[in-house]
Design a protein around this ligand. Structure first.
Ligand code: HEC
Ligand code: HEC
Ligand code: HEC
Ligand code: HEC
Length: 357
């Protein structure tokens, strides 16, 4: 338990980065032993063999693609390799070209197998979040061989079920979607942070980070509006986001091997998420699972050499989150509204539906 960190999370939920705080966590994590070995790999990458690339999606999803083109996710493809900071990180990691190194590709690019060769084809794109489309692209859009008008309800349900089974991650699969965001944004990679000097992620919150430049809810409105998430949906995004942050950070602390900035940052993230979830539990006492999740998270110490306990806690958190997404849709969680960041905190501006580039 990191008592000296109490001040970090209180209030705004914004965690300032400062040396003294890192030092405070370092102190609290005292007693670390040095162990060698295991590092966690990058997450979020879509399987190159199953990736069809964003152009294939854009054939039908024109507006969604336009929104994506206005985001950092799109621009990183060209910008990152030219960024002096990127070359500095690459140098420290012993990497010559960031575009040919799987470590950087995992989180900054979409890799597609083209004629037997894995090639970066875009930045972070459709399939980084919705998963590689090869097996489901035809299924999801085919209206069971009929048309949108003639397909029966039962056929529609069977179609979505089949697409899900084939790996599609849809807006309704909130937990899976969030896992992808946090798998990249927490930057759960020890060597990259400690040796490469890559930032250990930033303060990522799912409502504010998904409702700005990333938003592309233009499909079901038939291109008329880029529809913001509803109040109920925002509550689910907020809660599930915090839970996945906690899960990801617990696993990352478990995989930490040395008493350096990565371990401190991941422990700080886990502790902050626990505290925020404790506040959430108070705000919606009717959702008893949240308090249990916080308890579970406290069952494992945020310290080195504790992988088994931390992984078990993370597994428990994961199970509870999946259960929450099955049992709730946010309508009974109005107590959260005061905690959820408003539009002034959204990351970047959402593209207007139908706008020219
Ligand atoms: C041939 C046209 C076509 C292509 C290509 C296509 N889609 Fe779709 N997509 C559709 C149609 C049609 C629907 C809506 C089906 C419905 O409403 O029942 C849809 C719906 C979706 C949805 C919303 C699902 C939901 O639950 O609301 C997502 C997400 C999606 N597509 C992602 C993708 C991605 C990612 C790709 C590329 C890998 C892609 N699509 C390629 C036609 C297409
Ligand atoms: C585990 C995922 C992950 C891996 C692996 C990764 N990055 Fe990043 N990187 C990120 C994320 C997420 C951000 C955005 C940080 C934020 O949230 O503000 C980022 C940001 C950056 C930035 C600063 C933002 C910018 O302007 O692009 C640079 C530079 C960078 N990464 C370089 C690299 C290099 C070089 C490699 C390979 C050696 C690499 N990254 C590997 C996830 C990753
Ligand atoms: C950074 C992750 C990410 C990327 C990249 C991404 N999506 Fe999405 N997509 C999401 C999320 C999250 C939602 C649900 C948003 C919400 O709840 O507000 C969504 C929703 C959708 C929907 C439903 C829209 C509606 O009207 O409700 C479609 C269709 C879709 N995405 C297609 C695409 C296509 C096509 C691309 C690439 C051009 C793409 N997405 C890129 C994460 C992503
Ligand atoms: C495959 C890894 C990956 C996934 C998955 C991913 N991101 Fe990102 N994201 C990045 C990287 C890398 C950057 C930094 C790009 C840059 O600026 O060079 C970034 C940047 C962003 C930015 C812009 C931040 C800024 O500096 O203004 C937002 C907002 C964002 N991501 C939201 C999301 C959301 C929401 C999701 C999930 C729905 C998501 N991301 C999923 C890797 C990822």
């Amino acid at each position: 338990m990191i008592r000296s960190e109490a001040s970090v999370v209180r209030g705004s939920g914004v965690l300032p980065r400062s040396r003294s705080r890192v030092a405070a966590v370092a102190g609290a994590l005292g007693g670390f032993a040095l162990i060698a070995g295991i590092t966690s790999g990058g997450a979020g990458a879509s399987d190159p063999a199953k990736t069809v690339g964003p152009n294939a999606c854009a054939e039908c999803h024109k507006q969604e693609a336009e929104a994506w083109k206005g985001s950092h996710h799109f621009k990183t493809f060209n910008d990152m390799p030219r960024n002096p900071e990127a070359n500095g990180i690459a140098q420290k990691m012993g990497i010559r070209r960031v575009k040919s190194e799987s470590l950087c590709l995992n989180c900054h690019f979409t890799v597609q197998n083209v004629s037997g060769k894995d090639e970066p084809v875009a930045g972070i794109s459709c399939e980084s979040c919705h998963s590689g489309g090869k097996d489901w692209i035809k299924v999801h859009s085919a209206f069971s061989g009929k048309t949108a008008q003639t397909e029966s309800k039962g056929e529609e349900q069977a179609r979505w079920k089949l697409a899900d089974t084939k790996g599609m991650i849809r807006p309704g699969s909130l937990y899976q979607l969030a896992k992808n965001c946090f798998g990249c944004h927490v930057v759960p990679h020890e060597e990259l942070v400690n040796k490469g000097g890559h930032r250990a992620g930033s303060l990522f919150e799912l409502v504010s980070w998904s409702q700005g430049e990333v938003r592309h809810n233009t499909w079901h409105s038939k291109g008329k509006d880029n529809v913001p998430a509803s109040a109920a949906r925002k509550r689910m995004l907020y809660l599930v986001g915090l839970g996945v942050e906690l899960e990801t950070a617990l696993r990352a602390v478990g995989k930490s091997t040395v008493r350096k900035v990565y371990a401190f940052e991941m422990a700080r993230r886990a502790d902050a998420a626990r505290r925020q979830l404790a506040a959430v539990a108070k705000a919606v006492p009717n959702v008893s699972e949240i308090g249990k999740m916080v308890e579970l998270a406290h069952s494992a110490g945020l310290k080195l050499n504790n992988e088994r306990a931390l992984a078990a806690a993370a597994d428990g958190v994961s199970k509870m989150l999946v259960g929450i997404t099955e049992r709730y849709d946010g309508t009974t969680m109005a107590g959260l509204d005061a905690l959820i960041p408003g539009p002034d905190k959204f990351k970047g501006a959402a593209r207007k539906a139908g706008a020219a580039n």
